[in-house]
Design a protein around this ligand. Structure first.
Ligand code: HXC
Length: 510
């Protein structure tokens, strides 16, 4: 028996070395951790149970039969994050550059199947050179099966992708179908085709970083939800994210112990909105003063900054925050902001996480750039997402709620459950200046008359009361009381049950 135990230990040690010490050193030399080091940081200490560490590829082309490494370039298994089960796979760049073979794909599929069957989140860590070139079509088949499982799991369990090295070719589409993609600055990049192919096909000269680095994907393309400084920061932040997420679409939202009094009153919020309606203020201040302990996990913070999306907690339970940001483009809704918020709202509705919306929106952004870019359809995505969401929805209008954007931002008319307004709210079809110029076009040359019209329009319409008189607003609340009002509202809505009409699936304007 002792022999066999020693043999097992020796085989395990060999498998843990992956592609060997030389390649591990090279990995460290690039500022990257190995697959196993990453998993150790992500999961609770000693909680990782590895599967399939002895699996080897079966390829016999190109002399591959003599080049086998136990594990075949991906480390898979399960463990816990603060006690809650998660499934994990991490590409091992030290083995054939983490490339995907038939058996490598089978290991990932096993983990995907287990995560789905047992209803727990799955986290994939990517650092790989795409399809195992020696295996050719077998690798393509493997990718297809992984992709299919991503789609089947979508909306059932949270799927998170962390890009920590190259991620090209076949490797990009699995992350693209997961709920979130996070990247590491300077060491990771994602593209369908690399700089060499780009040069050949389009004659463009770009570096890997310019084409698909974290700086591009977290800002311009919005492929990445956030970029972190290094592997350690990224993995520790993934632990924080998992704490906010339910394990599946039938699991309750996690509840964390909170020492922040839900009845906390914040007098400073009474002066957050400036007297001048054209002066911006920072919506982050409201968010941090409302959520428990100011703890807010932002998604897509570097993209479409005119809208803020992220997770917070109220009374220890996760809520999603969507908020217009008056500091950026006056909080206007443009195509990027609409798409960003729509995707976030849909994620939250899949997983029954209540929606908290803060509104200060002057409307949709005018201009050919936006219209040619499909603003109508992108704006409709957000309208659609809010309308179909059946989770508890609490909305607070802090200042402007103009025009179509008023309807879109979780208004009563599209299913808002509780709609509050601050006394500073201006709920109107448009701002006073625009309205007066249309209604009183004949007086435009007469500054005195225009000023009088503007004043009377502002008195009548730029307030919460016209909407409140119609019941579009449930209550005008004092800013200082926002936190406890929200906490009470979510408590009252805790047993909300609502079902949309049966359908195979909807047809959101893509
Ligand atoms: C087999 C691979 C590999 C691959 C890398 N390696 N990619 N082995 N198949 N796809 C091996 C290398 O031979 C090398 O082995 C080790 O991994 C490290 O690679 P290096 O090139 O030395 O590292 P680096 O300079 O950091 O470059 C990393 C890289 C580059 C940018 C990922 O390796 C690369 O361009 N690889 C090929 C990418 C690619 O074209 N993939 C196929 C995409 S097609 P040794 O033994 O020296 O350590 C595709 C289609 C699927 O994916 C579509 C499905 C929908």
């Amino acid at each position: 028996m002792q022999d066999i135990i020693e043999q097992l230990e020796a085989r395990r040690d060999e498998a843990r070395l992956g592609g060997g010490q030389r390649r591990i050193d090279a990995q460290h030399g690039r500022g990257k951790l190995t697959a196993r080091e990453r998993i150790d940081l992500l999961l609770d200490e000693t909680s990782f149970e590895e599967f399939d560490m002895f699996v080897q590829h079966r390829c016999t082309d190109f002399g591959m039969e003599t080049q086998t490494t136990p594990g075949d370039g991906v480390v898979t298994g399960w463990g816990t994050v603060n006690g809650r089960t998660v499934y994990v796979f991490a590409k091992d760049f030290t083995v054939f550059g983490g490339s995907l073979s038939e058996t490598h794909a089978q290991k990932i599929m096993k983990i995907q199947d287990m995560a789905l069957r047992n209803r727990a989140p799955i986290i994939g860590i990517f650092d790989a050179g795409g399809a195992r070139i020696q295996e050719g079509v077998a690798a393509l088949g493997g990718y297809g099966e992984v992709f299919y499982r991503n789609v089947m799991a979508s909306g059932v369990i949270p799927q998170i992708s962390v890009i920590m090295g190259p991620c090209a070719g076949g490797d990009v589409y699995s992350p693209a179908m997961t709920d979130f993609i996070f990247m590491v600055k300077d060491t990771s990049y994602m593209f369908v085709t690399g700089p060499d192919v780009v040069k050949t096909v389009t004659n463009e000269t770009v570096t890997a970083e310019e084409l698909g680095g974290a700086s591009v994907h977290a800002t311009k393309s919005s492929i990445a939800d956030k970029a972190y400084e290094n592997d350690v920061e990224a993995l520790l932040q993934m632990r924080r994210l998992v704490d906010f997420l339910p394990s599946s679409n039938i699991a309750p939202v996690p509840e964390m112990p909170s020492f922040d009094d839900p009845g906390r009153v914040e007098p400073s919020l009474d002066t957050l909105v400036p007297d001048n309606p054209n002066q911006p203020y920072d919506m982050y201040e409201l968010i941090s003063k409302v959520v428990d302990e100011g703890d807010f996990f932002e998604i897509q913070e570097a993209h479409a900054k005119n809208i803020i999306t992220g997770f917070g907690r109220v009374e220890g339970k996760t809520v999603d925050v969507i908020a217009n940001q008056p500091m950026v483009l006056a909080g206007v809704l443009d195509s990027d902001a609409s798409r960003k918020a729509a995707r976030f709202v849909r994620f939250c509705d899949c997983f029954e996480i209540p929606l908290l919306t803060f509104v200060d929106v002057p409307g949709f952004l005018p201009g050919t750039d936006q219209e040619y870019g499909g603003l109508i359809k992108h704006g409709a995505k957000l309208l659609f997402a809010y309308s179909e969401a059946t989770v508890p929805k609490v909305t607070v209008i802090t200042r402007k709620a103009y025009g179509g954007a008023y309807d879109v931002m979780s208004s009563k008319h599209i299913g808002g459950d509780i709609n509050y307004a601050w006394p500073s709210a201006e709920i109107a079809v448009m701002g006073a200046k625009g309205a007066v110029e249309i209604i009183f076009r004949k007086d435009i040359g007469d500054a005195e008359k225009i000023a009088a019209h503007t004043e009377s329009y502002e008195d009548r319409f730029c307030s919460p009361f016209v909407a409140a008189e119609r019941g579009y607003i449930d209550e005008v609340i004092l800013p200082r009381n926002t936190r406890w009002r929200i906490a009470r509202a979510f408590n009252m809505l805790a047993n909300k049950t609502m079902e949309n009409p049966w359908k195979k699936h909807d047809n959101i304007p893509l």
